[in-house]
Design a protein around this ligand. Sequence first.
Ligand code: NAX
Length: 332
Amino acid sequence: MLEPIKVVVTGAAGQIAYSLLYQIGKGDVFGQDQPIIMHLLDIPAMMGVLEGVVMEMMDCALPLVRGIVPTADPAVGFGDVEAAFLVGAMPRKEGMERKDLLAANVKIFKVQGQALDKYAKKTVKVLVVGNPANTNALICAKYAPSIPKENFTAMTRLDQNRAQAQIAARLGVGIESVRNVLIWGNHSSTQYPDARHALVKKGAEEVKVTDALPDTAWLQDQFVTTVQKRGAAVIAARKMSSAMSAAKAAGDHMRDWWLGTSDGSFVSMGVISDGSYNAPSDVVFSFPVSIKNKQWTIVQGLAIDDFSRGKIEQTGQELVEERQEALAVCED
Ligand code: NAX
């Protein structure tokens, strides 16, 4: 058995955390031999609700959970943590413009960046889920200068999982038969879900999805828009935003970061851009990455056609605009 690690989940009284905490506690994320001390951070008004979450966590009777620390104090919540799931954010309220939401949330992530800088382990792995996730991750990194920028990532794994599920359903195969479907850019409606580099198992061999499914019109149109609009479709049906699937994706993202990807496989993560694939530099952009020894590397050399180039440019442009708005708010 390993020494316990401290893991923080913010927005711990919210609906994504409600599914996520169980996955972390039962060993799905950091491994079955990794004990965990769970730090649950939320705002003071939610401490009563959080008490109920703590009771339920205890009642799950999970052997890997060695401690549960509910708190509204960032110094306690981020103290010595080795992994941080930043889920907590302000939800969009009626009449609120996208700009207002961005302003409110980047301020939260500025403060949390400063707290991580002060209290967390310098090796902390940060996954930002709260929206606008990519730009929040950028701001968080900026205000935590003592932690490497590579340690801040944004979640596009839910989009990737949605895309992979759409391809598997269309081909009539199990989800595990499809790999390397990816998401470029922003976790927003400009994201670009891309199956051009994806593979599907057919009997004993693996073939390109584009060969198994030679339907360019569907791949460029319906597939892309279904994934882009999936979050809105879930809200329309459930009257609440995606939570179970978002929590599963957050667990997938951190597990792959912690334990690595297998040879020849890649996953999508919002990471600090170095300008690969002509994406703008210094924004948090979703790229295909492979992971070894807890370090991600952007997969290089994928062929990009004109269609993909246009989509990458469009989503990159949106991230540049978000960065400008966010920096203006933070420097106020
Ligand atoms: P909920 O509103 O259920 O929960 C959010 C929780 O965060 C609340 O308990 C709230 O009190 C807490 N909170 C607010 N400010 C905080 C702060 N400064 N410190 C600590 N906690 C704070 O939302 P939920 O459905 O759990 O969604 C959380 C976030 O995930 C939202 O921003 C949402 O937009 C985002 N999502 C991101 C996804 C992604 O793929 N990146 C997909 C799912 C989800 O929409």
